[in-house]
Design a protein around this ligand. Structure first.
Ligand code: AHM
Ligand code: MG
Length: 337
């Protein structure tokens, strides 16, 4: 059979972003999304050369250009910051890598948006060549007259205007939502462009996988243990699911979005609020999955309704098909005093 290589309709991420923003938003916000897409390409480029960079950098950790070698997560963090600090589109940023908010230097003008990011999530997977990702979210700043303040960042997920992730896997994908559906783009490394490959992504009705770190089973409460048993088929009304767990949130959620299922990172006796961070991980993913027809909860309430009280706050996290997440809430409710 001959391969049909004639181009079909080809849409770059730039064109898609531009054409899908309301006219009044075609400015700062559109260009901020472009900046993130550019950061994604730069991080993908380095990620693909991860093992090689180490070899090149071994002599005193200086590369052939005479620059100091940096760990990938530092590189990703600095790339995002320096692509966005001087553009006049952002009033403040927050990164999972930094304890404090990232203020826009006084010498630059500020913009109307807040950028929150986890530059390289799943860092324990970097050195073993397993998929990792970047997670980003954008809020409007609360007071357009003022420079960014902490309260601009501490907004509930319900207030997000955009969120998404970049998955550095077998190929690099950028998946995002601005509240009008979820769209996925795959990086063509030959031409350096993200091309639209998944328009209007929705989570399948029939779920396929559950995803949880079983290594913590003995640390979970009885209700969480019963829920996981239910996922495994212990009850008559249990779903029929296989298990997959990568340990990279972006990859685990991407699979959940494409195949259906649930990802859970429950509270446990060592981590009373679990591990997943509300602002950098849970809220953006909740916004995106809700846009795709799914649901995310901390076991009691919708993740999007939680008012953050601190930058690095953690939450128990259940996300995926609505009925599977709602069942987690039902099991956990039984346990409440
Ligand atoms: P990180 O921000 O330090 O990379 O940790 C977050 C990651 C998530 O990507 C993933 O879901 C989780 O940690 C895996 O944790 P565990 O190894 O405890 O299962
Ligand atoms: Mg993280």
């Amino acid at each position: 059979m001959e391969l049909d290589i004639r181009p079909k309709t080809i849409v770059t991420i730039e064109r898609f972003i531009l054409e899908n923003q309301p006219k009044e938003a075609r400015g700062e916000f559109t260009y901020l999304l472009y900046d993130i897409a550019l950061a994604a390409k730069m991080i993908a480029h380095k990620t693909n050369r991860a093992g090689l960079l180490d070899i090149l950098g071994r002599a005193g950790q200086v590369n052939v250009q005479g620059e100091e070698q940096q760990k990938l997560d530092v590189y990703a963090d600095e790339t995002l910051f320096h692509l966005c600090d001087h553009t006049g589109r952002v009033c403040i940023m927050a990164s999972e890598e930094h304890e404090e908010p990232l203020y826009i230097p006084e010498r630059y003008s500020k913009g109307g948006y807040v950028l929150v990011y986890d530059p390289l999530d799943g860092s324990s997977n970097i050195d073993v060549n397993v998929s990792i990702g970047t997670i980003f979210s954008i809020f409007r700043c609360l007071d357009w007259e003022k420079r960014g303040r902490l309260e601009d960042i501490l907004q509930p997920g319900r207030k997000l205007v955009a969120a998404g992730y970049i998955l550095y896997g077998a190929s690099t994908m950028m998946v995002y939502t601005t509240g009008a559906g979820v769209h996925g783009f795959t990086l063509d490394p030959e031409i350096g462009e993200f091309l639209l490959t998944h328009e209007f992504m929705t989570i399948p009705d029939k779920p396929k996988y559950y995803s949880v770190n079983h290594g913590y089973f003995n640390r979970w409460s009885p209700a969480v243990q019963r829920y996981v048993h239910w996922l495994q088929g212990s009850e008559e009304d249990s779903p029929v699911l296989s298990e997959r767990y990568i340990g990279s949130l972006v990859a685990d959620i991407h699979r959940t979005l494409l195949r259906g299922g649930v990802f859970a990172y429950p509270a446990d006796s060592k981590m009373p609020n679990g591990k997943i961070r509300l602002l950098y991980e849970a809220a953006p993913m909740a916004f995106l999955i809700e846009q795709a027809g799914g649901y995310a909860s901390d076991g009691c309430q919708n993740i999007l309704d939680i008012e953050p009280t601190s930058l690095h706050q953690r939450v128990p996290f259940y996300i995926g098909n609505r009925e599977l997440v709602a069942r987690a809430e039902a099991y956990l409710r039984e346990e409440q005093p």
